[in-house]
Design a protein around this ligand. Structure first.
Ligand SMILES: [Zn+2]
Length: 266
């Protein structure tokens, strides 16, 4: 396969890990908001995984004010996903597909930069976007007015089929039919939460855990962070599966991992 998988940081937030996990070490940790571009332009594809925080004004009403007070983002103009791509020599208009793991504000804030892309999302996510409840954590003010009519690939239950990798069974949807980019069902964190297995080697896990080093402590979440998971039992099961895949040599990359390098398939 011929692609590159590039990592960019589009804003960040901070948490005290001891407030998130029982037995966690006290300390403020920065959680960058990662986006990932699978650049396979030889085959006519540039596939972006998530879009980071929105830069500039957020016109998101009281829900947005509450969100920003609870989880204050650090975002400046250079954190904009379009800027990040441009400064790496990539025209945002050349992005062919945008995969949305889920629509929390640190993942969907840059959707507005890709009016011509085809969006890839689960039917579960689309349902929660159509009728968002407060606990879904979707700020509809960040979603552009054109989004309902944007080109979309909506993956329903029947789009996923079993895929064995390193002795473990995943549920995947092979996006291009050639195994280069498989969307993976990773339930638990948000309604219809998905990841992506790229070139069968790197698994972009979205918010299946706050960090790939935190998969082990998914069962030690304190009550508040537990309550914001869509389905905590599924969250724990997904974390256990990812842990087992990591032990089998699959590289697991969570959206809020700190990464020193840019190229993830190298
Ligand atoms: Zn999230």
């Amino acid at each position: 396969m011929t692609g590159r998988l590039r990592h960019y940081v589009c804003g960040s937030t901070v948490h005290d890990t001891a407030a998130m996990f029982r037995g966690g070490e006290r300390g403020i940790r920065t959680f960058p908001s990662g986006v990932f571009l699978y650049d396979d332009i030889d085959n006519g594809r540039r596939v972006l995984f998530d879009t980071g925080y929105a830069t500039g004004e957020w016109n998101t009403g009281w829900r947005g004010s509450v969100y920003r007070r609870l989880l204050p983002p650090t975002v400046d103009a250079s954190d904009d996903v379009a800027e990040r791509l441009r400064s790496d020599g990539i025209d945002p208009a050349s992005v062919t597909h945008v995969v949305l793991s889920h629509l929390h504000p640190d993942h969907g804030g840059g959707i507005r930069r890709f009016p011509d892309a085809t969006f890839v999302l689960s039917a579960g996510l689309l349902r929660s976007l159509d009728a968002p409840r407060l606990r879904d954590g979707i700020l509809t003010g960040l979603i552009p007015a054109w989004f309902p009519t944007a080109k979309k690939i909506v993956l329903g239950e029947d789009a996923f089929s079993p895929h064995e990798r390193a002795g473990h069974e995943l549920r995947v949807a092979d996006l291009f039919g050639d195994g280069s980019y498989m969307v993976v069902d990773l339930p638990g964190h948000a309604a219809g939460h998905i990841g992506a297995l790229v070139e069968n080697r790197v698994l972009l896990a979205g918010d299946a855990a706050w960090g790939s080093d935190l998969l082990d402590v998914a069962d030690r979440l304190r009550p508040v962070p537990r309550a914001v998971q869509h389905d905590y039992a599924a969250y724990r099961q997904t974390a256990a599966l990812l842990r087992a895949l990591a032990d089998s040599g699959i590289r697991i990359v969570c959206s809020h991992d700190a990464r020193g390098e840019t190229e993830l398939l190298g």
